[in-house]
Design a protein around this ligand. Structure first.
Ligand code: MRU
Length: 358
């Protein structure tokens, strides 16, 4: 458990932007504890970078953009606590702790890198405290703006007769971002413009981001959602009303390969088989042009208990061996469109990626 106190105010429902799960209070970072949803809405107040790193590792906060935003605020907390004599070293050590929290979402390293560039320009701890706070708030605000822009871009490629249904995986909504959402932002916009019939939400084994978070978030925002077991996706696609599979990403490489929640690759194979569009929606902070292909992406493996049990309830023999990679890589050749705030890359490849990110 992160070292934290509990804040009492409830999560703020905001039908336009979704329920935001990150609140910066100037002296502490408040996170909606996503491990407890949908049963309980509890906010944790964190006052150190180590507590933020623990919260990222333990999934209090999750989703690539939300991880990056939280880490940026973690650096601000480190600056607040840094010693007068060795403030630069203290902040650098805290950044290393934050960088070790989760390996796959590149937004974490992107945000830390951006904070490091700000730190390098600071001449005193007071300056660092002030400028790092401004930078973290900018990262947070830019993420929300990117989500709104991506929804605009995405709708321009969805030319099917409306209303139609879509299928999504994991949770990519306001809970996973600075607000509105990436893939769920596009779905939110389809709903706002009367083009959405229904969202099918994969439950997303083993951590159940789909059932615990996406179903909760969409119901709260009045968007029609039907929850399904992951294994039902092929049958749902075969029935014909789903026109797009829309997912987020944790890292996109220079050739357009995409790491995302385990099960995404299977959906891309199924979508191609059924002639259904497959769209990835992610901000430019998720793009990693330093890696040539998805084979180089570090894929996080988590504890077997996530598969053997739900919370403390056993679902399998206690000692059974488990393979629990929590992300997979979808090859670019199975993707119809990557949508970022800079624009859309249809049928992504090295050339298309370089056009927007070269
Ligand atoms: O393990 P998680 O819950 O952090 O995984 C989240 C995902 O895979 C999301 O699809 C991705 O981060 C995009 S969130 C906008």
């Amino acid at each position: 458990m992160p070292d934290s106190s509990q804040a009492t105010s409830p999560a703020e429902p905001n039908r336009a932007l979704g329920t935001v799960a990150i609140r910066w209070q100037g002296h502490c970072l408040e996170l909606l504890d996503q491990r407890l949803l949908p049963g309980e809405e509890r906010w944790l107040a964190l006052d150190s970078a180590a507590a933020v790193a623990d919260s990222i590792r333990d999934m209090v906060v999750r989703g690539a953009p939300a991880i990056g935003i939280s880490a940026a605020y973690g650096v601000v907390l480190a600056a607040r606590q840094a010693g007068i004599d060795r403030w630069r070293e203290d902040i650098a050590e805290a950044m290393a702790v934050l960088a070790g929290s989760r390996p796959t979402a590149v937004n974490l390293f992107w945000a830390l890198n951006r904070m490091e560039q700000v730190l390098d320009r600071c001449a005193s701890v007071d300056q660092a405290r002030q400028q790092l706070a401004t930078a973290a708030e900018q990262i947070h605000a830019e993420d929300l703006a990117a989500n709104l822009a991506m929804a605009d871009h995405a709708l321009s490629v969805m030319t099917e007769e409306a209303p139609f249904s879509v299928l999504t995986h994991c949770n990519t909504g306001a809970l996973a971002t600075g607000g509105y959402g990436t893939a769920l932002g596009v779905i939110r916009r389809l709903h706002e413009t009367g083009r959405l019939h229904r969202v099918y939400a994969d439950e997303t084994r083993p951590w159940l981001q789909g059932s615990r978070l996406t179903a909760w978030e969409l119901e709260r925002d009045g968007i029609p959602v039907t929850l399904n077991a992951d294994g039902a996706a092929a049958w749902i696609m075969a029935r014909g009303d789903v026109k797009w599979v829309i997912v987020g990403a944790d890292r996109i490489t220079a050739n357009g390969d995409v790491a995302n929640k385990i099960g995404t690759y299977s959906l891309a194979v199924l979508a191609r088989h059924h002639g259904i569009g497959f769209m990835v929606v992610a901000p430019s902070s998720t793009v990693d042009m330093s890696l040539d292909s998805g084979q180089a992406i570090p894929i996080e493996e988590r504890e077997g208990t996530e598969v053997r049990q739900v919370r403390s309830e056993a679902l399998a023999p206690e000692g059974v061996a488990v393979f629990n990679p929590v992300f997979d890589v979808t090859p670019a050749t199975l993707i119809d469109a990557i949508v970022t705030e800079r624009g859309v890359i249809e049928r992504p490849d090295c050339e298309g990626m370089a056009r927007l990110f070269g």
